[in-house]
Design a protein around this ligand. Structure first.
Ligand code: MN
Length: 201
């Protein structure tokens, strides 16, 4: 079955004032839809057309070469954004608890140090991309990727990620990516992030 943009699991204005309604409408309805449309077009007629997007991104080398870049960018865009919407929510922010908080403190020293490291990865990502908290099979790491690459293509499991493409923040924050990243922490749905961590760890 062709990919579809999943419905946003909250109202478009639910993340205000941190992320504004117009940004969410454009980001979800236009940008995410474009990735889905392009991915479906590229995969149509290949053996990968009916496969889960995670499986496609874990096997990019097996995608026909003339379609590989289009699939990497657009199936990646579909997967990244599907995760991103779920990792945010109204009433978000604060800290995780339990095993995820312990793992973060063990890997980065403190929750504050973790936040600083993820923000730094997002600020320093030149051009468009994502900053990530990933599980690499043995523990947590911070990384970043260009474009719509997802860590799953490198054998890592994304636990949390933040979109640092200008389309994610430019209407409200213009060129101030660091301010967007500071505000974005207030949207993080830690119970949802913890669910993913539990599956990966
Ligand atoms: Mn985006």
């Amino acid at each position: 079955m062709a990919y579809e943009v999943p419905p946003l699991p909250y109202d478009y204005n639910a993340l205000e004032p941190h992320i504004d309604e117009q940004t969410m409408r454009l980001h979800h309805d236009k940008h995410h839809q474009a990735y889905v449309t392009q991915a479906n077009g590229a995969l149509e007629g290949t053996q990968w057309a009916d496969r889960p997007v995670e499986e496609v991104l874990q096997n990019l080398d097996s995608v026909p070469e003339d379609k590989r870049t289009t699939v990497r960018n657009n199936a990646g865009g579909h997967y990244n954004h599907s995760l991103f919407w779920e990792w945010m929510g109204p009433g978000g922010g604060g800290q995780p608890d339990g095993a995820l908080l312990q793992a973060i403190e063990s890997a980065f020293g403190s929750f504050g140090d973790f936040q600083a490291r993820l923000k730094d990865a997002g600020v320093k990502r030149f051009g468009s991309g994502w900053a990530w908290l990933v599980h690499d099979g043995s523990g947590l790491q911070i990384t970043s990727t260009p474009n719509q690459d997802n860590p799953i293509s490198s054998g890592q499991t994304p636990i949390l990620g933040v979109d640092v493409w200008e389309h994610a923040y430019y209407l409200n924050y213009q060129n101030r990516r660091p301010d967007y990243l500071d505000a974005w922490w207030n949207t993080v749905n830690w119970p949802k992030v913890s669910e993913g961590f539990s599956r990966a760890a």
